[in-house]
Design a protein around this ligand. Structure first.
Ligand code: PEP
Ligand code: MG
Length: 326
């Protein structure tokens, strides 16, 4: 099977019926980029920039960040690179940035909430990103967006920094697409409205599942509630994808679910455009994608949503239909 996957490095991420998709890599360090390139990732679908903040003893400077972003974008040689603004706080403390102790860190002061509050940190990161965008196809993504107001504020700050930089470098940053992580249930439910204003969605199922089922993603005692195939979650995901497409926008997924072989037929059936996962899952997913037909997968999605009430029922029905049983 490994030999079979090796053949997948240089072939297209295409369904059996010839529809083109993107299978992208999630990266967390500069070293991860070479793994992504090795397996022929179509893009970087999620660059977690936290390491720049965690592996440092003070806030990373604009130039430090610029150098890192530029390296990633150049290594991908024109393929899209989605860089997520910092998702620190909560359970990821920074020694040099004192944050308040919290009862519920996952529901607390983190990610875009810190960025909008401590704008100097956010503006520094945005300037580094805008400068790096000159070296490839860079996209910016905001984490933990709950409301449209948050997105509008973050986008406005991006525009302000872009305009400042454009005084020296006309046109800089004009090719940057700006999107959001859909990982908070309120944003998923409201995806039809978000879709009018964002350039793309990336569904963060790790957090979307955690918040939808109110179950800490790191707590073994409630891990049975981590259910990517639960029909309630599937409905939510389908709504996000449909909402993006209605406005002509891209729907991506960068949570673990995107690389889950049990979920791929359903996501393909819903028309998800981009699947971003750890580089080690890419060849397997591409091979599986090339064995699936979008029409058949869409029919399976319809049947699943009409009939299934539990994750186990979903899994069984998908397996039966793919095996050609009725
Ligand atoms: C997610 O929440 O699904 C995600 C991709 O982001 P992270 O795992 O970094 O929270
Ligand atoms: Mg997340």
């Amino acid at each position: 099977q490994r030999a079979e996957w090796e053949k997948m490095v240089n072939v297209a991420s295409r369904s059996k019926d010839g529809k083109q998709f993107e299978i992208a890599a999630n990266i967390g360090t500069l070293k991860d980029v070479s793994d992504a390139v090795k397996v022929g990732a179509d893009a970087i679908g999620l660059f977690r920039t936290e390491f720049l903040y965690m592996d440092n003893d003070s806030l990373p400077t604009e130039n430090q960040q610029f150098t890192s972003y530029k390296q990633v974008v150049q290594a991908m040689a024109g393929k899209p690179v989605v860089i997520r603004t910092m998702d620190i706080g909560g359970d990821k403390p920074l020694p040099y940035l004192p944050l308040p102790e919290e009862m519920n860190p996952f529901l607390g002061y983190r990610a875009i909430r810190i960025s909008l509050d401590r704008q100097n940190i956010f503006r520094t990161q945005l300037r580094a990103l805008i400068r790096a965008s000159q070296f490839g196809q860079l996209r910016i993504m905001f984490p933990m967006i709950a409301t449209l107001d948050e997105f509008r504020k973050a986008k406005q700050i991006f525009i302000e920094e872009k305009q400042k930089l454009q005084k020296e470098t006309p046109g800089i940053g004009n090719n940057i697409k700006v999107g959001i992580m859909v990982e908070i249930p309120a944003a998923a439910v409201f995806a039809d409205q978000f879709a009018k204003e964002v350039d793309f969605f990336s569904i963060g199922t790790n957090d979307l599942i955690q918040y939808s089922f109110a179950a800490d993603r790191g707590n073994d005692a409630v891990s049975y509630l981590y259910q990517p195939l639960n029909p309630a979650l599937l409905r939510l995901i389908k709504h996000v994808i449909d909402s993006a497409h209605k406005e002509g926008k891209i729907a991506a997924m960068c949570g673990e679910m995107a690389g889950d072989p049990r979920a791929l037929p359903l996501l393909l059936g819903m028309g998800l455009d981009e699947y971003s996962m750890s580089a080690s899952s890419i060849l397997r997913s591409r091979s599986q994608m090339r064995s699936l037909t979008t029409d058949q997968c869409a029919a399976i999605v319809d049947e699943v949503l009409a009939k299934c009430q539990t994750a186990a029922e979903v899994e069984m029905l998908v397996n039966q239909r793919l095996a050609g049983r009725t």
